[in-house]
Design a protein around this ligand. Structure first.
Ligand code: MG
Length: 201
């Protein structure tokens, strides 16, 4: 099982990162040990600027390589909300040196994921998803605001990497990323309904 993460897939987030909107999808990986499904996240001792990035997540249901865009949605069967936790201080240093991001992105428990909901009739979640920190909205987004839609992402990534059942695709974060602190309560919402609650410690 692997976790495929899409970077800079919302124009407003690329802007807040002072990055150009990409002309083709940007992706990176997190290992299986990054997956976290509990209700607590501990800030790792190697960062002083751990950021939240709320993202729509899709679960791959069968093996595929060089998948066509028209067939792509047959390769996912469930969606959820997740947080691509990012050690922003480390990522800033890596970016400045032109180095890979894994140290800032792929650490243990950096890929929080809430329970999955089955996708029926290939209808993807199109309502607002959001993150609240201590009961205040900090991020809001819609699938339709993605620079590259899920079918395109699946097709694109599968040109390079075989997708397998159980793989997760984090599809990028909208604007509003920010630091989490010990004691914070993060809540993920879809269509104003709370999907998850996690505490930072
Ligand atoms: Mg992200």
């Amino acid at each position: 099982m692997k976790i495929i993460c899409i970077g800079r897939n919302y124009a407003d987030h690329a802007k807040e990162m002072h990055a150009q909107a990409p002309s083709e999808p940007v992706f990176f990986f997190k290992p299986q040990t990054a997956l976290s499904t509990g209700s607590q996240i501990t800030i790792p001792n190697f960062t002083t600027n751990l950021h939240h990035e709320i993202e729509l997540v899709f679960r791959v249901c069968k093996t595929g390589f060089t998948i066509s865009e028209s067939q792509a949605l047959h390769y996912i069967d469930a969606w959820s909300l997740g947080i691509d936790f990012t050690a922003r201080d480390i990522q800033d240093v890596l970016k400045a040196k032109g180095l890979p991001w894994e140290k800032a992105k792929a650490f243990d428990n950096s890929a929080f994921c809430a329970p999955f909901t089955e996708i029926t009739d290939y209808i993807l979640p199109d309502k607002e998803f959001a993150l609240m920190c201590n009961s205040k909205y900090v991020q809001r987004g819609y699938l339709k605001e993605m620079l590259f839609a899920p079918a395109y992402l699946i097709s694109y990534v599968s040109k390079f990497v075989t997708l397998q059942a159980g793989d997760l695709i984090f599809t990028g974060t909208p604007a509003g990323v920010g630091k989490v602190n010990a004691g914070d309560v993060l809540q993920g919402l879809y269509d104003s309904r709370i999907i998850f609650n996690i505490t930072i410690n």
